[in-house]
Design a protein around this ligand. Structure first.
Ligand code: NAI
Length: 679
């Protein structure tokens, strides 16, 4: 325990070093070590003030989330920081917190228990607990308003965004920014304040006036943090500080924290947090797998996806050549890219100079000049196997021998595409999602031949592009789309049976989906779905929705034709269209929102079980992360498989049976054995 926290004395100042790499998380042993060090230094007559500082790259980046997980699953006790924080705040000698890197969550709570805070100019502070469904639980909601004021504290706790050192100084969270070496600067600062009486944060009540801004903040949360309980809980907890004495406030904070930490939302968000890290580890691709360096890239097809992929590459500083067959298509593609960047400039997210630099990275062309220098070529032409094979045969002849050939296909076999080349081991699927410059997911599809360094390179490239790469096996629709089709079908069956498109979409957005299935279908294009149906007809004897054929025949392709499942006005606002219902309605019964959610979401889970059993997805968590990062599944439900576990697989299986569905064998078995996907 000693090595986690050490202390020494310099010129009358006791210096406590926190040393728990990589981010000095407040894991068990750290708070106890700090408390013991404070008590020892306080008792030394030669010590006049204390400095607490983090070694390595940061002050303290937060609590150890694993300890919350252990506590809520009965495998450990909940970490409690209060005794350490009181020992600091009650110390009779001034305690100066010296912050570099980040002071986040428990890190900021620790810092606020000190009597003074100094920081480097690039330091950041914040209370990000809300991002994992929690509120600050170690006095953060009570001490922060005392330093920063009620409304700013509520905003920081409800949105979880960190702020810069200069803003923190202005707000009163920091006392000084040190341009010199932090350690010596903090010691000098401590010497300055050594003789002053200590000022406890908990006694500083001058900024606690109740604020009307909290109600505005609540409204904002309801809109932008739909269905989430933690942001509102955080505002409530901060508000309590303005009406209640500190000790009582701490008790109330603890009650609210307790509610949050045991909530399904927090468990789902924590699963999502760890899940993103888990998918980056693929058992047969160890960390030391060699990777190809990507200096130059090329993209084939300047359409919706090709343009977005080129932007993603340029954004990461990788020069990219983009080729199309027609000048008009190329011009259109480049115009869309320029328009996208201009929008970012107008909204202040990008400077004109940065836009110019990025545009210069993208070279549009009709020929294959420079393709022989590319380290990766990503194909994004129309979704046709014959065309893809032709393109791959051509690029195989031009590309250097160690160039990776990737396809952005959303459904087609990577094995078959690879067979059109002399290097199937260099062929991989990199399935980006639309808009590819924005969406975080990339499904990395390995065929039977794809070699490990190519998979590892695709994973590394996804990371460079600031995306989440999830490795999956080849198979129709891979994981994401394969699992989505039964979900979409169920939505269409519901309309055939008596629901309306808008009811289905609303029930599912109320459940938390970013968009309803019909809105998604209209955005992607009914023609796209129709083509997939032609290429992969439903097996004989299975129920097939009639909507896609009917809408396709009526020329209702979705937003692009101004009508699909909805009609669209000039501003692309979807308007319910009774004509659609009349076209496909088969029965007339009242359908509840609950039935809509159960049928659609459980069919996702059921197909997920099939994908898992077939080994197309490696683990349940891979399906979860695919749905969270690519399909707008609500993060606070942890992904479809985690949600299934939360509901209970027995119930999921029963309801699928009640609705006349066929259970995936894996789901049936787990339900019978009382097990879960995530075990
Ligand atoms: P798109 O129709 O917008 O663009 C395709 C582009 O490829 C067109 O500009 C076309 O002129 C060009 N092209 C056709 N043949 C070519 C050739 N031989 N050489 C060079 N360029 C050629 O299509 P989109 O939507 O970008 O789709 C492209 C691929 O991405 C498809 O495989 C699709 O399944 C996949 N995909 C599409 C998504 C979407 O939401 N649109 C999402 C994920 C994948």
């Amino acid at each position: 325990m000693e090595h986690l926290v050490t202390f020494s004395v310099h010129d009358g100042i006791g210096v406590i070093d926190i040393n728990n790499p990589p981010v000095n998380a407040l894991s068990s042993g750290v708070p106890e070590g700090i408390k013991a060090a404070v008590e020892t230094l306080e008792s030394l007559p030669d010590v006049h003030a204390l400095v607490i500082i983090g070694t390595g790259r940061t002050f303290v980046a937060g609590a150890d989330i694993n300890e919350f997980v252990a506590a809520t699953s009965g495998k450990g006790s909940m970490p409690v920081l209060h005794p350490t924080l009181f020992a600091i705040e009650d110390c009779t000698k001034p305690v100066v917190m010296a912050i570099h890197g980040t002071a986040l969550g428990g890190g900021l709570e620790l810092a606020m228990a000190g009597h003074y805070r100094v920081a480097t100019p690039d330091a950041q502070v914040g209370q990000p607990e809300v991002k994992i469904g929690l509120i600050p639980g170690a006095g953060g909601t009570q001490r922060l308003p005392r330093l920063a004021g009620v409304s700013k504290a509520a905003e920081m706790c409800a949105f979880g965004e960190s702020i810069s050192a200069s803003e923190a100084l202005e707000l009163g969270i920091l006392d000084r920014i040190l341009e010199i070496d932090l350690r010596s600067g903090a010691i000098a600062f401590a010497q300055e304040v050594a003789d002053k009486p200590v000022r406890k944060t908990r006694d500083r009540n001058e900024k606690l006036a109740p604020s009307d801004a909290l109600n505005t903040l609540r409204e904002q949360c309801k809109k932008t943090r739909r269905n989430l309980i933690a942001p509102l809980a955080a505002i409530d907890a901060v508000e309590i500080a303005s009406t209640t004495p500190f000790d009582e406030g701490l008790k109330r904070e603890a009650e609210i924290f307790e509610r949050c930490v045991h909530s399904d939302q927090s468990k789902g968000l924590i699963h999502a947090f760890f899940g993103e890290r888990a998918v980056a580890k693929v058992p047969d691709i160890p960390k030391d797998t060699p990777v190809y360096t990507i200096h130059h890239a090329a993209v084939i097809g300047a359409g919706t996806m090709g343009g977005g992929i080129a932007m993603a590459l340029a954004n990461a500083g990788i020069p990219v050549r983009i080729k199309d067959t027609e000048q008009a298509a190329l011009d259109k593609g480049m115009a869309v890219i320029a328009a996208n960047y201009s929008r970012s400039v107008k909204s202040g997210r990008l400077t004109w100079q940065a836009m110019e630099q990025r545009m210069e990275m993208i070279t549009p062309q009709l020929g294959v000049d420079g393709f022989d220098r590319a380290d990766i070529i990503i194909e994004a032409v129309f979704e046709s196997m014959a065309l893809k094979k032709q393109v791959f045969t051509e690029i195989d002849q031009i590309a250097k021998h160690d160039c990776i050939l990737a396809s952005n296909t959303s459904t087609l076999s990577i094995d078959e595409i690879g067979s059109a080349t002399s290097r199937p081991h260099m062929v991989v699927g990199m399935h980006f999602f639309s808009p590819a410059n924005v969406m975080r997911l990339v499904e990395i599809v390995r065929s039977d031949s794809t070699c490990r360094p190519v998979v590892a390179t695709a994973m590394a490239l996804a990371k460079t592009l600031k995306k989440v790469g999830v490795v999956v096996r080849n198979g129709f629709g891979f994981v994401g789309n394969r699992v989505m089709f039964p979900y979409m079908n169920e939505a269409m069956f519901l309309v055939e049976e008596g629901a309306t498109t808008e009811q289905v979409d609303r029930a599912l957005t109320d459940f938390g989906m970013a968009m309803g299935p019909f809105a998604v279908c209209d955005l992607s294009g009914i023609d796209v779905f129709w083509r997939i149906q032609q290429e992969f007809p439903a097996p004989a004897g299975t129920r097939r929705p009639i909507g896609i054929d009917k809408l396709y025949a009526a020329g209702r392709y979705g937003q692009k034709t101004g009508a699909g499942w909805y009609r669209y006005d000039e501003s692309r606002k979807p308007l319910p269209d009774p004509e659609v219902v009349a076209m496909i309605r088969q029965k007339q019964r009242t359908i509840s929102d609950e039935e809509i959610v159960e049928r659609c979401i459980y069919s996702l889970i059921n197909e997920g079980a099939r994908v898992l059993e077939e080994g197309v997805a490696l683990r349940a968590v891979d399906i979860d992360i695919i749905y969270l990062t690519g399909y707008g599944f609500p993060a606070y439900r942890g992904g479809p498989m985690f949600y299934g576990d939360t509901v209970g697989l027995e119930k999921v299986a029963k309801r699928i049976r009640d609705f006349g569905g066929t259970l995936a064998p894996l789901l049936e078995r787990l339900a019978k054995e009382g097990k879960m996907f995530h075990e």
